[in-house]
Each structure stands twice: as structure tokens, then as C-alpha cells.
Design a protein around this ligand. Structure first.
Ligand SMILES: Cc1cc2nc3c(=O)[nH]c(=O)nc-3n(C[C@H](O)[C@H](O)[C@H](O)COP(=O)(O)OP(=O)(O)OC[C@H]3O[C@@H](n4cnc5c(N)ncnc54)[C@H](O)[C@@H]3O)c2cc1C
Length: 430
């Protein structure tokens, strides 16, 4: 139930704490007691998911909580197609548990190792212009606030817009109810297109496929395009990625990245070869098996949501600059879409958006590149993903989120003592 962790680090190794006290509650009552103890000692406490955020949103000051014993399915309402889970459940368990009732998540991101609570607290998203983030699939939150009171918030409640993406500032989410959809299969088609085709067909491809995403190698004209569309789950001809495919894909990238780290000038060649060799082909499976792929090569990342109508101009500007290779970068830029959704801290702010994600191999110099993409995406109305590296501590937060005052008032009501406001958040919310 309690242990001292030395050298806690997030996945990207961009946030670390030499020593922190970690609690692992087993029930809502345990969570309440831990919160009250931290409150009485005047300490902050942070709930950590799996530490897959690149920004320090999960970084504890000295006390932390992990819901690794509060996992699994609590209840399914098959009529309403709603399922209630303990908040520490990993996304990779959600798919099979829902499938047992012929249900599925409406959409998922690239990986599935995150906890449900961690994923929804930062607005983790996949791609699809008709679809929202994983936060958007939640219809009820069970949360222990800063007074140790367990509250249940539904979509009808005034606090729901603050719970939508709450960054752990409203309290400890203990359980959530997901609005699921009927189980579906997906057929996936990966092809190679040029930057010109990407630009001229972008809006149509986005509108005519349930999911569409692109991997653009900085400065290259060949782009990987991946679209996925629903098929009958009973007829899927599942062909999971083999261990060899996963090994090869990750190892080739690992070797190429190690080379680029030692010889940054090699990034231009590696980027060129990667673009030429993009894997193409088709696969099909039940939805939760196709969304996620193992990511074994470590990188750092920032990601921005820009209004969809600004995408082409933003991309042209990025491509024009990156074609001159001013930054040593070989990791692809990922382009996805999301329907505008509610939530005071949704980076979409209600508008249909394109998410553009920028990566750099861990250990390579990323600051000038990330500063540049922050500058360009800002010109096109970009708002940063809270779970990725960002500049929110520099005042963007208040400028970019019209209803930040209501969010701040809600966190004050839920957490008057500032129990969940770690040093990172005190700076960000200044
Ligand atoms: C390899 C990789 C791939 C990724 N792919 C995607 C992607 O496709 N799409 C996307 O949008 N993002 C993606 N991300 C980002 C990731 O999904 C988010 O950062 C997510 O929040 C991580 O979940 P976690 O469980 O690790 O939570 P953490 O990173 O540990 O925590 C995230 C936030 O949630 C809070 N929190 C955690 N549990 C609770 C709780 N029980 N109650 C209250 N607050 C809580 C934490 O305090 C913190 O503020 C990726 C990250 C990596 C490293």
C-alpha cells in the first residue's frame, strides 16, 4: 500500500523525481484516507498512470498515488452500451473486456498501455474527423476531491466540462463509465502518396474514411497514408503483426536512430530512405487489435491541434522549411484529425482539428526543432496536447483557453487547499 520509489521517470525520460512516496490504494475508501492524510500534512499528492505523458503532468512533488490495484470491469449495461471500469485499468484490457459484451471503444490512439484515467486526463486521441478523444467517450466520472469526498459527475453536471480533461486537478478519478459502441472490425490500408497528393486530397480522404492518418518524413515528398474503415467483426480475417515484424520494425528504427544520434548529418539520408521504404499493405482485425502498435524506440514528442481549415497552409510552410533540413530530425511527423469537442481544456475548443505530432529520438537535440514547430503551429491557431511537451508555462494556457476561469474556479471548489497542484501546475496556472 505504500513504498518509497527512487528515480521515478516518465516513459520519455523528460520528467523525473529522485525520491517519492507512492501509495497504492485498493478501494475508494483507501483513496479518501490517503487524500485526507496528505491534506492534514499539507503536502501535494499526484496520481500517476503509467507515466506515458511527455510533459511533467504526472510528476509528483513528494507524494504520489498509483491505481494499479484498482483495475478491471465493474459493470456493463448492455442496453445503454455503457461499461464502468476502475480508473487504473489499462487500455489494452478495456478492448477484450468490452468485446466480451460485443462492445468496443469508439476510437483509440497509437498505443494501449496507458491507464484509462491517465488517457482521459490529458485528452488522449486517435484519428477520425467524426470522432472525439477517449475523454469524449466518458459519460460519468467517480472522483475523490481534495476534501476526501467521493463525487459522481455525469455529462449533465456543470462540472463535466472540467472533468473532460482535468490533468488530475479535480481530484483522483477512481472509476469511469464509458459510452461504448457495438463491436466492430476494421480494415486497414497503408499506401504511399506524395506531399502534393496529400494536400490535394486531404479534406476528401478525411471525410470519406472513418480513420485517416499520415506519416510525413521531414523534407521528403513520399508520405505514408493509413486509412481504416469498419467491417463486420464476425468476418474479419485477423492477421496479427508477427513478433518478427515488430522486432524488425523497431530494430531498424533503433539502429538508424543510434546512427543519427552519433552523426546528426545522417538524418537527411535516413529520413529519405525511411520515406522511400514506407511499409504498404492491408490488414484487418477487430478494432482494438488494429489501433495500437508497440513502441520500443524511445523518443520525445510535442503535438498541436490546429483548426482543420488551416491544415494545408500550415503543412506547406512546414514542408517548405523542412525541405532545407535545418534541423537534424529523422522521426516522421504524424498527422491525425479529431472532431471538435466540449471540455474547457480540449485543445480542439469545439472546432474540428488536425493534430500534428513532432518527434525526436531520445538523446538528440530537440529544443530548436520544437521551438520552431511551436512558432509555426501557433501562427495557424495551434494548441498543444497537454500530455506532450509544451510551452503552457509561458502564459499560453490562459490566452488559448477561453473558459480557463471557470476551470480554475472548479478546481478551487474541488481542491481548495491545492492538494493536487504540484510545483509544475503552480507555474502553469499562474
Ligand atoms: C509512445 C507513446 C505513444 C502515445 N500515443 C498517443 C496517441 O496516440 N494519442 C494521444 O493523444 N496521446 C498519446 N500519447 C500520450 C499519452 O496517451 C498521454 O500522455 C496519457 O495521458 C498517458 O496516460 P498514462 O496512464 O501514462 O498517464 P500519466 O502520463 O501517468 O498521467 C497523465 C495525467 O493523468 C493524471 N492521472 C493519472 N491517473 C489519474 C487518476 N486516477 N485520477 C486523476 N488524474 C490521474 C496524472 O496526474 C497526469 O496529470 C502517447 C505517449 C507515448 C509515450
Amino acid at each position: 500500500m505504500f513504498s518509497i520509489k527512487k528515480n521515478w521517470r516518465n516513459w520519455g525520460e523528460t520528467a523525473s523525481r529522485e525520491q517519492a512516496s507512492f501509495y497504492t490504494p485498493q478501494s475508494i475508501e483507501d483513496v479518501q484516507n490517503i487524500v485526507i492524510r496528505a491534506k492534514n500534512q499539507n503536502k501535494t499528492i499526484r496520481t500517476v498512470g503509467t507515466g506515458h505523458s511527455f510533459s511533467p503532468v504526472a510528476l509528483p512533488d513528494c507524494y504520489a498515488m498509483e491505481l494499479s490495484h484498482m483495475t478491471g470491469l465493474i459493470h456493463v449495461d448492455e442496453t445503454l452500451q455503457q461499461a464502468t471500469f476502475w480508473a487504473g485499468t489499462r487500455l489494452y484490457d478495456v478492448g477484450p473486456l468490452l468485446a466480451a459484451s460485443q462492445l468496443a471503444l469508439e476510437n483509440m490512439g497509437d498505443i494501449d498501455v496507458q491507464t484509462i484515467a491517465g488517457a482521459i486526463s490529458t485528452g488522449t486521441h486517435g484519428t477520425g474527423i467524426q470522432l472525439g478523444s477517449i475523454s469524449n467517450q466518458i459519460v460519468r466520472w467517480g472522483v475523490v476531491d481534495g476534501n476526501g469526498t467521493y463525487r459522481q459527475i455525469t455529462r449533465e453536471d456543470a462540472y463535466s466540462e472540467s472533468m473532460h480533461i482535468s490533468l488530475g486537478l479535480m481530484g483522483v478519478i477512481t472509476d469511469v463509465t464509458i459510452q461504448a459502441v457495438p463491436l466492430y472490425g476494421l480494415a486497414y490500408d497503408c499506401s504511399k502518396v506524395t506531399t502534393n497528393t496529400l494536400l490535394s486530397t486531404f479534406q476528401k480522404t478525411v471525410q470519406t474514411n472513418r480513420h485517416a492518418e499520415w506519416f510525413y518524413f521531414p523534407g521528403q515528398t513520399d508520405v505514408q497514408q493509413k486509412v481504416m474503415n469498419p467491417i463486420d467483426p464476425m468476418t474479419v480475417q485477423a492477421k496479427p503483426l508477427s513478433k518478427m515484424d515488430i522486432f524488425l520494425e523497431n530494430n531498424v528504427l533503433q539502429y538508424a536512430s543510434s546512427l543519427c544520434k552519433v552523426i546528426p548529418k545522417a538524418t537527411k539520408l535516413v529520413s529519405n530512405l525511411s520515406a522511400k521504404a514506407v511499409p504498404i499493405g492491408q490488414r484487418e482485425d477487430v478494432s482494438y487489435q488494429l489501433f495500437a502498435t508497440p513502441r520500443k524506440v524511445k523518443f520525445v514528442e510535442c503535438e498541436y491541434a490546429i483548426p482543420i481549415e488551416n491544415f494545408e497552409a500550415c503543412f506547406e510552410e512546414l514542408h517548405e522549411t523542412l525541405s532545407r533540413h535545418p534541423y537534424a530530425v529523422h522521426f516522421p511527423i504524424e498527422i491525425r484529425t479529431q472532431k471538435g469537442e466540449r471540455g474547457f481544456l480540449s485543445p480542439t475548443q469545439g472546432e474540428d482539428c488536425v493534430f500534428i505530432a513532432f518527434h525526436m529520438y531520445k538523446g538528440m537535440r530537440y529544443e530548436p526543432y520544437f521551438r520552431y514547430v511551436h512558432y509555426v503551429t501557433s501562427k495557424y491557431g495551434g494548441r498543444a496536447h497537454f500530455g506532450k511537451m509544451n510551452h503552457y508555462d509561458e502564459g499560453d494556457f490562459k490566452r488559448q483557453y477561453a473558459k480557463h476561469n471557470i476551470f480554475l474556479a472548479h478546481i478551487e471548489q474541488f481542491d481548495p487547499q491545492g492538494l493536487f497542484r504540484t510545483a509544475f501546475f503552480k507555474r502553469m496556472l499562474k
